[in-house]
Design a protein around this ligand. Sequence first.
Ligand SMILES: Nc1ncnc2c1ncn2[C@@H]1O[C@H](COP(=O)(O)OP(=O)(O)OP(=O)(O)O)[C@@H](O)[C@H]1O
Length: 573
Amino acid sequence: MRLLRLLPGRGGGLVLALLQGVRAVMPALTAVAVGRLVTALFQDGGVRAAAEAAIVVAGLVLVDQVAWLMITPVRTLVVKRIDGGLRARMRELALGLPGLDVLERGDVQDRLARAVDPGMGIARERSAGNAAVGQLELVFRVISAVAAAAVLATFSVVLAVVLLAAALGMRAVLRRQWMRIIDKLDADTAGQRYEYYVASQAVMGAAKDVRLYGLSDWFAGRFRAAAVRTYGPVWREMLGVLRRQWAIVGGSLLMGAAVLAAPAVAVLDGRLEPGRLITYVLAGFGVLAISAMGMEAYDIEYGLRGLADADALVEAYGNKQARPGSEPAAEAPGVTLENVVFRYPGAVAPVLDGLTLTIAPGEVVAVVGENGAGKTTLVKLLTGLYRPESGHIAVGGVEPGVRRPAATVLFQDFVRYPASLRENVTGGAGGDDADVREALRQAGGDELPADLDTLLWREGEAGTDLSGGQWQRVALARALYAVGTGRRLLVLDEPTANLDVRAEASFHERVVAQVRDTTTILISHRLSTVRFADRIVVLHDGQVAEDGDHDALMALGGRYAEFFTTQAEAFRA
Ligand SMILES: Nc1ncnc2c1ncn2[C@@H]1O[C@H](COP(=O)(O)OP(=O)(O)OP(=O)(O)O)[C@@H](O)[C@H]1O
């Protein structure tokens, strides 16, 4: 019932049920009609009756064919509607999660993937739509068998009942055997999928490495091992099932023989006319058809398991709402962090361990520190993507964990959207082209395509790709454009990582100093990028180790001074 309720009520679902209903009664009707035709042929002077019966048979065949032709598109439509609905629900759920912590959990990712993923099935997709339609198909297959049994019952009620029960029993046995294959496939899904995708999909991403380092044998070996690990138990189970088929084959032969023999004996005894023999044999085979386990059994089982994952996610996280975002503001917000402690889920040591920091509205503060010091983590906390374990954070007086600040961030791993240059800057929000061009100019993107409609996606029609530095300028323009829309907390995480020396040298003057009425946090290992900040904060051991402007920190002779001197010396050398 759970599956049948997924079927769209109006339109597709009803039409599909109607078409399948038509096809379901065909074996029974055809059995009767062909029997009549044969009877008419055996009768003297039954030409007219035979012709009429033949027309009925032809009509039934035609109707069956038309229904069969119509089923495929309607079925596809229904499946896509159900799957689209489920995907939308899962997308909503995933995007509605307030932070990244839940989304990053392996079990949640696995459930999400199973709920919407086509799966790595045995020629079948793991899809709720296929499952719902499969359930409908099964219902009508049973109806079809019952209808055929009703025709057979006019010959022998016992034969009809025994045959129907035996056919359904055989189907149940077969189904149980084959479903164990799915169990094998679903065991350790996470590990399998990881191996499988690493081995198969990484090949595309690593195309350069594969050639340069001669990695193809390594990849092929890993792919083979993953395939054997994933499918080995499945293949073994399949072979086992095939070996255990003798009982089913024996049962089928016995039932087939009974269907043929009982009416045949009656004909020989003169108790039954030959035309009826045909009717009952055809009806008998119509009943027997249900003993075969159709592909719908996989669809149902697969889909139910995916739905169970979807249900579990909805139950666990469905009521978590995305945090509301702050209104765009004309004024720069102040930022305070008091005794903030944060550790990633499952991690032992905290990344931030009692961090206290205050940033005044409109200030430009640079955050520096060794790799892994927690600079990016700090940004994620300030933007409400994570919540601190303890301590207090406020941006513009509001806790980011309660209301997402109107911030704009150029992340280190910024996203390259397969969209137009304009959309990459505006985030698809639309807006004035003059503002887009101004943001691009400020980001140093003068040499980028002049046409804002240029598609930045090589795979797309007339699409193009950019260099690493050019992409970084586009992402920087996106952050700067958002400042113009009232996002007054600007965070730039390694904004000059891909820029050439000249662009890096002029970065502060050309970009940072031009941003008005905005609180700016600048993260960079390139100390020439941060030296002009109002304040520089050094993160170490999860806390603020040093805090002051460039001159003060150089005079202090601590970590910053050491970093700076080392970089400057390396540069001079
Ligand atoms: N999503 C995550 N899950 C678990 N641990 C993480 C995650 N992201 C970062 N870490 C860990 O947290 C620590 C701080 O990472 P973070 O990215 O904040 O450092 P960072 O100072 O920005 O480093 P870098 O200078 O290399 O960019 C690192 O030890 C890292 O391994």
